[in-house]
Design a protein around this ligand. Sequence first.
Ligand code: TXA
Ligand code: MG
Length: 342
Amino acid sequence: MRQTQVLPASDPKSIRLAAEIIRGGGLVAFPTETVYGLGANALNPDAVARIFEVKQRPSFDPLIVHIATRASLDLLVQAISLGDHRLMDAFWPGPLTVVLPKRESVPDIVTAGLSTVAIRMPAHPVAQALIREAGVPIAAPSANPFGYVSPTCAQHVFDGLGDRVDLILDGGPCPIGVESTIVSMIGTWPEVLRPGSVTLAEIREVIGPAVRAAASQTVIAPGQLPRHYATRTPVTILAAQGARPAVQGQERAGLLAMSALSHIDDRFCAVEVLSSSGDLREAARNLFAALRRLDALGLNRLYAEPCDEQGLGLAIMDRLRRCASPNQLKVSEPSLHGNGSR
Ligand code: TXA
Ligand code: MG
């Protein structure tokens, strides 16, 4: 089996090589401030098809296109409204993805045949350097097998996709740890499709109170599918912080705690504390790595403490709920060709 190269992102030679691979139609995993992305030239449908193949991602799930400068928008989207500009001024570069009407130059496979495209300008210096050096927009989903927990360090990418990508740029752990907030600017009212570290309140401050929360029951962003970010070990969310389950006799259970425990609890074989002081930013940063560590122990069940669904807490609980959802998504063999007609 081929082993993927993992190179330090701090070396400019690694960035040059990665950019060459992207231009040549290959796949590069790279750090962003949210999670690691699995990148390909967004304008090359064959390269993008490899992303779907490698992730085993269903072709109905569109990708985010990453850019480094606003000038790149001209190629990708139709008109940009005042509201769009305000969002970009306030949150770019950063963990916000904006859904806009696409131009024809964006291949259908990128958008799963939708007439819209999701665009993000990441702030991470490695992501910025890679996009600039490659000279093309980079389509990138999170660099994990479809449906599994997103990667927040190079080792996570290697564990999930190790032999299937051309290069992994190691830029250390991701500072935010949950995926970008997605805002659709398509309908009558702007709508948050996926909560992230840019909060609804912050968005409303910039473009007004009419922004809708992610309430729609229709699946627009497959990150909205009930089961996603899923561990192999079943997860149960506890009723409150400090609430404890009646662990069944032989059950080997793990606990994901939001803050430091007041005493050692021997009901659990393993405990992960997301932030000893209960800080939500620290909790978000540690969430996926902690879930992966617990998942690797082969336990029967993981119990997760909830946090307040305010601000970043909304994004954390969104990920935990999807992880805990019993509705396993049935993924049939992914078709690799967007046909623009779904
Ligand atoms: O933080 C992030 O956004 C990371 C990093 C790598 O940038 N990327 C990421 O990509 O989370 P992914 O593919 O795991 O999630 C992208 C989400 C999916 O839920 C997808 O359905 C949604 O974005 N999406 C993409 N294009 C869309 C569109 N045109 N309309 C609505 N949702 C869209
Ligand atoms: Mg993902």
